[in-house]
Design a protein around this ligand. Structure first.
Ligand SMILES: Cc1ncc(COP(=O)(O)O)c(C=O)c1O
Length: 446
């Protein structure tokens, strides 16, 4: 294709094997995005969409932020790459200090990765390294949860619990993983915020500890709010109970905050929002406003000290890291994002918009095909009634909504709505109106 602005259809759509995509259907009727500004994106047919899921929950500050673009450009002009092993550059240390100011408790040790998936793998490995360093090398098991999404590497897929992600790869998953039940109960219908019932589901962890030997379990990993499966909000008291059980058995608690991190719940992290401090926390996505890949693992000081102090003087303490761990371009983007978080009081902005957003979302409850709605902070899930096979209705509604001018991520039969934090009330109104139009149009076509 000679069109360097990438606004037309390329000569061939065949060679690019697209991720998590119905390739055959896409290539017959492509949706090519050509422009993104503020809370809007434009496609190759010139259609404008409002971005109702902040890209993939990663652009909360909106698109085309000059501060971030300038910071990246400036960084690349002076220093484009630093080998991250046995060398470093000031920016990544400056960023770690800034991140540690926001993390709960003493999760002050910051390890950089490439994305959410590699943050999860790193968190799992740190758990193992920690137990080994303190003479508990027998702890090899991990406890995950049904309907969880922890990225697509082998560790994350193993502790994850979304069936389509798991079943093809069952033969190569990590051994020793056990899953708790998910936190969605049949009575959780159209609940805004945290359900009152279901905290006892955390006792699954106690049962697993009894059945498999607590002394063999390294860590329990959960998303505080299960995001990719459709915003399953934790029942009141559930996360506190998990924390208690982990403490009782010396099991590490990992919060995967790749979606919930950086303000999505109205606090910097869901950990603070729900008043439960994990031992290890992952983040990615919003860390750079989604513009440059970056993952982060925040770790309690005790864990870092145990691992680092167990190695001989002068030796590498943990044999783990990535070529792109904390590279200058990602750090520059993340530092610019930190500035914006502060200047625009972004987490409070998200908090203040939440009830308006949730009211708007719940106004869609009477459309025929809507089965359930959930939400917390600036995250929501709308379940569409299944038709024929799982995922068919969700994809059809997604396409109808796309035609109506609203863009978001659909997983199976659930529409996941997570607007940018820079939205104003009028943008929330637009999102809700267009969702109504798209969902109703599907409903009428049935
Ligand atoms: C909770 C959670 N963990 C991990 C990941 C994986 O992140 P990435 O796609 O950046 O690898 C995601 C992605 O959506 C996620 O939602």
């Amino acid at each position: 294709m000679s069109d360097r602005s990438r606004t037309g259809i390329p000569n061939s759509l065949q060679e690019h094997w697209m991720p998590f995509t119905s390739n055959k259907s896409f290539k017959k009727d492509p949706r090519l995005i050509t422009e993104a500004k503020g809370v809007y994106i434009k496609d190759h047919k010139g259609r404008t969409q409002i971005d109702a899921s902040s890209g993939l929950f990663c652009n909360p500050l909106g698109h085309g932020r000059k501060e971030i673009i300038n910071a990246i450009t400036k960084q690349l002009e002076t220093l484009d790459f630093v080998t991250p092993f046995q060398q470093g550059f000031g920016g990544s240390f400056e960023l770690a200090t800034k991140i540690a100011k926001h993390t709960p408790g003493d999760l002050n040790q910051i390890f950089y990765t490439i994305c959410g998936s590699t943050a999860v793998e790193t968190a799992l490995k740190i758990s193992i390294a920690y137990h080994k360093a303190r003479g508990q090398g027998q702890r090899f098991r991990f406890v995950g949860r049904e309907r969880a999404y922890h990225g697509m590497n082998i560790g994350g897929t193993s502790v994850g619990g979304m069936i389509n992600n798991v079943k093809t790869f069952a033969s190569i998953l990590m051994p020793g993983v056990v899953h708790m039940r998910n936190t969605h109960l049949p009575e959780h219908k159209f609940i805004k915020g945290q359900p009152d019932t279901g905290a006892e589901l955390a006792n699954d962890l106690e049962r697993i500890a009894m059945n498999f030997g607590a002394e063999n379990i390294a860590a329990c990993i959960v998303e505080p709010i299960s995001g990719s499966t459709g915003t399953l909000v934790p029942p009141k008291g559930y996360l506190n109970k998990l924390r208690e059980i982990c403490d009782k058995h010396d099991i590490l608690l990992i919060f995967d905050e790749v979606i919930t991190g950086w303000g999505r719940t109205g606090s910097a992290f869901a950990a603070q929002e729900y008043g439960v401090t994990p031992d290890i926390m992952t983040m990615a996505k919003a860390t750079t406003n989604g513009i440059v890949p970056m993952g982060v693992v925040a770790v309690k000081e005790k864990i870092y000290d145990t691992i680092v102090n167990s190695a001989p003087e002068g030796a590498v303490e943990m044999f783990h890291g990535y070529t792109y761990s904390g590279i200058p371009v990602a750090v520059a983007a993340a530092l610019a994002v930190q500035d914006i978080f502060e200047k625009e009081d972004i987490f409070n902005r998200a908090k203040n918009l939440s009830s308006y957003f949730l009211d708007g979302l719940f106004s869609l409850k009477d459309i025929d095909c809507v089965e359930n709605i959930r939400g917390y902070g600036l995250m929501g899930g709308i379940d569409i009634k299944k038709s024929d096979r799982p995922g068919k209705a969700g994809f059809q509604v997604y396409k109808k909504c796309y035609e109506a001018g609203v863009n978001f991520k659909a997983t199976g039969d659930c529409l996941i709505i997570a607007p940018p934090f820079v939205c104003e009330k009028k943008h929330i109104d637009e999102i809700v109106d267009k969702l109504k139009k798209g969902i109703s149009s599907y409903s009428k076509s049935k």
